[in-house]
Design a protein around this ligand. Structure first.
Ligand SMILES: Cc1cc2nc3c(=O)[nH]c(=O)nc-3n(C[C@H](O)[C@H](O)[C@H](O)COP(=O)(O)OP(=O)(O)OC[C@H]3O[C@@H](n4cnc5c(N)ncnc54)[C@H](O)[C@@H]3O)c2cc1C
Length: 322
């Protein structure tokens, strides 16, 4: 029996969320006394694959064939489910990322497994296999019992601190058990925004709202983000008005994020906005209205005009960098 974990890569590099999933699977393996097998799909070099062992995999399986070179949720789900069956896996772990959200439910379906997403704890085993997961956009925590023989878990990114366990796992090149014919969809083209930090992966986020008055003022927001090594985000009206792309819209109807630091500039702090950001570890709100609701959710607040506060923050960031 084993715990298997999908280690997703982005252009050959494992994401932080993947290493968190591997470390979680390692800890879970210790708990249920089963080995942890990390599965990598696509072209990844040996040095990167070794990272999976460093963060807790007992074995690393790598699938690097032509048919698996491009992400396809149907193909990847089938391959992972087949591998889980071949390894007699009782737990299958994912990071609750864009890809994880697409694949994990499919794998659970194929394996007839119970599934919990957005998991924030290792299971307790005293009264069944019970995990904690966040619900209602992070406003509540549910204890969920997974009652099937095989369990699928997708963990909330940025929740578990990873520690190197320095294992020397064997890396095994595997032969894909699926063919492209099973896929009902095909990606024709992928255009990525070059040089941008992915919002869902970012540890620091600088976000701005309607208080910035217009898209022509976003240079300051981007400059601060660049200096801090942060991703940029925005409120819904800002993306609705096409001041910023929809991919930056956070909140109830946008992306849910959980960075270590969320800086909100000229955003009122409406409940729908907070739904996507309130799990951030530290929140800083900058607003000229001392009654702005964001101050109630923030750890630090600056009451001031963004057009005066932002240049000062940029100068401070520059001097720290220097
Ligand atoms: C079903 C539904 C779903 C929604 N989903 C989302 C969602 O996912 N995400 C989201 O963001 N919203 C969402 N909304 C919209 C949400 O209710 C708010 O309307 C929105 O978040 C407000 O955006 P804002 O704070 O940028 O703008 P505003 O509400 O206009 O607030 C602007 C803020 O900037 C401050 N300000 C103005 N000038 C300055 C200045 N010079 N310096 C500093 N501060 C300044 C003001 O004091 C104010 O607090 C949703 C609404 C509904 C009904």
């Amino acid at each position: 029996m084993s715990v298997i974990v999908f280690a997703e890569n982005s252009e050959g590099l494992f994401k932080k969320s993947s290493l968190e999933a591997v470390f979680y699977a390692h800890e879970l393996g210790k708990l249920v006394q089963q080995k942890c097998i990390a599965i990598s799909i696509g072209q990844v070099n040996e040095e990167q694959l070794k990272l999976l062992a460093t963060y807790g995999a007992d074995q690393v399986f790598t699938f690097d064939q032509a048919e698996t070179s491009t992400f396809n949720s149907e193909l990847y789900s089938e391959l992972l489910a087949n591998t889980a069956q071949n390894c007699n896996a009782k737990q299958v772990v994912f990071a609750n990322t864009y890809s994880g959200k697409l694949i994990a439910p499919r794998v659970a379906g194929i394996l007839n497994a119970a599934m919990a997403s957005n998991v924030i704890s290792l299971p307790t085993l005293e009264n069944g296999f019970v995990v904690k997961r966040t619900v209602f956009s992070g406003k509540a925590i549910a204890n969920v019992e997974l009652k099937s023989d095989i369990k699928v878990i997708s963990i909330a990114p940025n929740t578990f601190t990873i520690t190197a366990v320095n294992k020397g796992a064997e890396i095994e090149k595997m032969q894909s058990t699926v063919s492209l014919e099973i896929a009902k969809t095909k990606s024709l083209e992928l255009s990525k925004q070059a040089g941008k930090i992915a919002l869902t992966e970012a540890e620091l986020v600088v976000s701005a709202g309607r208080g910035m008055k217009g898209p022509e003022h976003w240079g300051m927001v981007e400059q601060l983000a660049d200096l801090l090594g942060a991703a940029t985000a925005c409120s819904k009206p800002v993306s609705d008005m096409h001041w910023r792309p929809h991919s930056e819209h956070v909140g109830q109807t946008g992306i849910t994020i959980k960075p270590n630091l969320y800086i909100a500039i000229g955003i009122s702090g409406a409940i729908q906005h907070l739904a996507g950001v309130s799990s951030s570890k530290v929140i800083v709100a900058i607003n000229k209205d001392p009654e702005a609701p964001f101050f109630k959710a923030a750890d630090y607040g600056i009451v001031g005009d963004a057009f005066e506060v932002l240049p000062q923050l940029i100068e401070a960031a520059k001097s720290i960098q220097a």
